[in-house]
Write a protein that binds this ligand. Structure first.
Ligand SMILES: Cc1cc2nc3c(=O)[nH]c(=O)nc-3n(C[C@H](O)[C@H](O)[C@H](O)COP(=O)(O)OP(=O)(O)OC[C@H]3O[C@@H](n4cnc5c(N)ncnc54)[C@H](O)[C@@H]3O)c2cc1C
Length: 409
């Protein structure tokens, strides 16, 4: 029987790795350790259907609870790993218990960045990462008549949409000149600004947050850099996330914006692997290391890591993909563009109509595409991104030209 495998981090990536290991025939001891009390679950519903009370709690779980026992996976919940002893090939749990490993997978995910201002710890200040956070936020939204959201990233905007749908007044405060500006660029970021304003959000851009104000330990609003005050019954912070690299760092693994791994998801220690939000992986198609903080990555990357742990190396070369739902806008984004790293955005369909595809084009190639309320085109967009151009931008903008007819190959 093969030596023990330990997976640290019982989120989506950890659960999917365990599944693949059993599917691939690994029959040795397999332990999945997570510090949350819940079995592994998917996070997207926490800012969408679950937060709005439309989805059941159980629908977020990656596997039914009995799957772990049936598959012989020892699921250690509410259990935190304190450190990794690479010399002795053991992980040490809080409390001192040690788990030996032959191969180790880190799927420790990421955590919200705290807001670095006075008042950030007042009662009524909410972050959103866990099921428990979502439960608390749901109660907060129900009990509030106005909330402020700090940060117009995906989490902030989805929360704003959920709160508006619950009839709450929402002010969104963003440092940049548009929401999602770094990710999307001004051409498409504007779509999200318009969307939220059309749904009654007071979207304030180009602002700075000086402090969160409070009364008797409870938040009362946000003081802006210009001295003005935005009153709020609660403040939701969506200021980005940071990868949970502490264990890897302390164990002396290479860490640089995540655990540095190769295209097989192997770290600087050949017996230690990383996948999901925490992995900064060499991407063979893009030719650089990237760290992807999205669902599809946490779903697919663990398969490559699990296979590599069994000596079946294959490169992880999926094109990054993510999605969002806000009000009546559903979109998928496929590709990868560095902030500002494109020449133009080409629109197929009318932006104002709310149904279109946007393509980021650079060096004559399609770098990424985003379909908004247009479905069944993500595979064609992925093919265009992989294709590597050159692409005819006039044809790209023409809805009558099938996307696959634009492939050069
Ligand atoms: C509210 C929300 C909405 C989202 N919506 C979307 C979306 O619409 N589309 C999309 O593409 N992506 C979305 N995402 C992102 C997606 O959910 C993440 O990319 C995905 O959850 C990453 O999975 P992971 O398993 O790598 O990490 P995580 O889900 O973070 O899981 C890591 C687990 O490891 C645990 N852990 C960390 N350190 C230790 C330790 N020392 N010991 C034990 N356990 C430890 C953590 O507590 C956590 O439970 C959303 C995320 C959030 C929070």
């Amino acid at each position: 029987m093969a030596g023990p495998i330990v997976i640290v981090g019982a989120g989506m990536a950890g659960a999917n790795a365990a599944k693949t290991l059993r599917e691939e025939g690994f029959d040795g001891p397999l332990t999945l350790v997570g510090d949350e009390p819940e079995p592994p679950y998917e996070r997207p519903p926490l800012s969408k259907g679950y937060l709005m009370g439309k989805d059941e709690r159980d629908s977020a779980f990656v596997n039914p609870l009995e799957w772990y026992a049936d598959a012989g996976v020892e699921l250690r919940l509410a259990t935190r790993v304190e450190r990794i002893d690479r010399q002795a090939r053991r992980v040490v749990l809080v409390g001192g218990q040690e788990l030996p490993y032959d191969k180790l997978l880190l799927t420790t995910g990421s955590s919200p960045r705290p807001l670095p201002v006075d008042g950030a710890h007042l009662d009524g200040v909410r972050y959103l990462r866990t099921l428990a956070d979502s439960d608390r936020l749901k109660e907060t939204i129900a009990a509030s008549s106005r909330i402020a959201v700090v940060g117009a990233g995906w989490i902030g905007l989805e929360t704003a949409a959920a709160a508006r749908e619950a009839g709450v007044e929402v002010t969104v405060l963003e440092m940049a000149d548009l929401p999602l500006l770094r990710v999307l660029g001004p051409e498409v970021a504007r779509v999200f600004a318009d969307l939220h304003r059309a749904h009654g959000v007071d979207l304030r851009l180009g602002i700075s947050v000086a402090e969160l104000t409070g009364d008797d330990g409870r938040v009362t609003g946000v003081r802006l850099g210009d001295g003005s005050h935005v009153p709020a019954d609660a403040v939701v912070v969506g200021a980005g996330i940071a990868p949970n690299v502490g264990l890897a760092q302390d164990a002396g693994l290479d860490v640089d914006n995540g655990v540095t791994v190769d295209e097989h998801l192997r770290s600087s220690d050949p017996d230690v692997f990383a996948a999901g939000d925490v992995a900064n992986a060499l991407h063979p198609v893009l030719g650089k290391h990237i760290r992807v903080e999205h669902w599809a990555n946490a779903r697919h990357q663990p398969r490559t890591a699990a296979r590599a742990m069994l000596g079946r190396d294959e490169a992880y070369d999926r094109i990054p993909y993510f999605f969002t739902d806000q009000y009546d806008l559903g979109m998928e984004y496929t590709g990868y563009v560095e902030p500002g790293g494109y020449d133009e955005v080409v629109f197929r369909g009318d932006r104002e109509s709310g149904e279109f595809v946007a393509f980021w084009v650079g060096g004559g190639r399609v770098l990424a595409g985003m379909n908004v309320n247009v479905w069944d085109v993500a595979d064609a967009i992925e093919a265009l991104v992989r294709d590597g151009g050159p692409v005819d931008v006039t044809a790209l903008a023409d809805p009558d030209r099938p996307l696959d007819s634009l492939l050069k190959g």
